[in-house]
Design a protein around this ligand. Structure first.
Ligand code: ATP
Ligand code: MG
Length: 305
């Protein structure tokens, strides 16, 4: 299955959350490939802690492949290349976890026929090689988004299962922006239909993910005054109403990831060691990520609402 990770705004938690989802699926035994299609700002290598390996692959990454400078994009085997000690010892039964990095010197580019062909070839090859392929797309209605909309509309990709996750933070602006990225006049649905996608099928393949969501009931906020607490609850309810009015309410949400102090400070994979041994990360974060990772391929979560 292909999973496209999109967001209207930057800094939504798209990359960090989708890298953690890839990690959870690999722990569960799937062979997973993570593609950094954030051409303007490829940062996945830092999340997987493979900065050194990424330097060795500079100018051989996805950007170089798509513009035709190399015939195959570089691959980094995360388990063996990571500098994160816990990740170096995946539990028995884990699947592969492969990162295809971007090129730091890359940048955005407009898609021509050749780039498109290479993109289709790559997605098709990886679709058959891996159980799950996660593609982190540049923010907004970017070239990367257009390219994969165009690629997945090609006849040879018609049998491929592709799903979209649209990430947003839990604020007024982010909720509005996520809705307009999908349903707006120049949004993903309209752009997909223009390229030949079936509207209903495309709509049914898109779900929203709320990232870094503060829970007014959390002990994190236990010190706030009663007035502040009441305001937070009211604002949270208003946001739920806004999301629902904009068509991105509960039935369209695949999951929410709570505000996690570790991720607030550092972009990384959250391991069970962080939760159970050092206890720096919250159990709720782990539970949310693992539930979300399962629902990616759980057809019931993708039935028409
Ligand atoms: N659940 C969370 N709780 C707290 N902080 C989070 C959470 N998820 C992500 N973050 C933090 O938010 C910041 C933005 O996340 P991330 O880089 O994943 O966003 P992005 O949408 O990929 O941004 P960009 O468009 O710049 O690529 C990072 O510092 C990350 O660690
Ligand atoms: Mg990112």
């Amino acid at each position: 299955m292909l999973i496209f990770a999109a967001s209207d705004k930057g800094g939504t938690g798209r990359s960090v959350t989708s890298a953690n989802l890839a990690y959870h699926r690999a722990l569960a035994g799937d062979d997973v490939c993570y593609l950094d299609f954030d051409f303007g700002s490829p940062t996945a290598a830092a999340v997987f802690d493979v900065a050194d390996a990424r330097q060795d692959t500079e100018d051989r990454g996805l950007h170089a492949y798509l513009i035709g400078e190399v015939s195959e994009p570089a691959r980094i085997d995360v388990w063996s290349e990571t500098e994160h000690q816990v990740l170096r010892f995946p539990p028995p039964g884990s699947g592969r976890l492969v990162l295809m990095p971007g090129d730091v010197s890359g940048g955005e580019f407009a898609t021509g026929d050749e780039n498109l062909r290479r993109c289709v070839d790559l997605l098709m090859t990886l679709y058959y090689e891996f159980d799950l392929v996660v593609v982190d797309l540049s923010a907004g209605r970017s070239y990367a988004v257009d390219m994969v909309l165009e690629a997945t509309a090609q006849p040879e990709m018609s049998e491929v299962t592709a799903r979209w996750l649209v990430f947003h933070r839990w604020t007024r602006q982010h909720v509005g922006a996520a809705a307009s990225l999908v349903f707006g006049r120049r949004g993903i649905v309209a752009g997909g239909v223009d390229r030949g996608h079936d509207e209903e099928a495309l709509r049914n393949s898109i779900r929203f993910v709320r990232a870094a969501v503060p829970d007014p009931e959390s002990p994190l906020w236990s010190q706030v005054s009663p007035t502040q607490s009441a305001w937070m609850r009211k604002t949270d309810d208003d946001l739920k109403q806004l999301a629902s009015n904009l068509g991105i309410g509960y039935s369209q949400v695949l999951g929410s990831v709570p505000l996690e102090p570790v991720l607030q400070w550092r972009e990384q994979l959250i391991t069970d060691e962080d939760v159970l041994d050092s206890e720096i990360a919250n159990q709720d974060t782990w539970t949310a990520l693992s539930g979300l990772a399962k629902r990616l391929t759980d057809d019931e979560s993708w039935e028409q609402a």
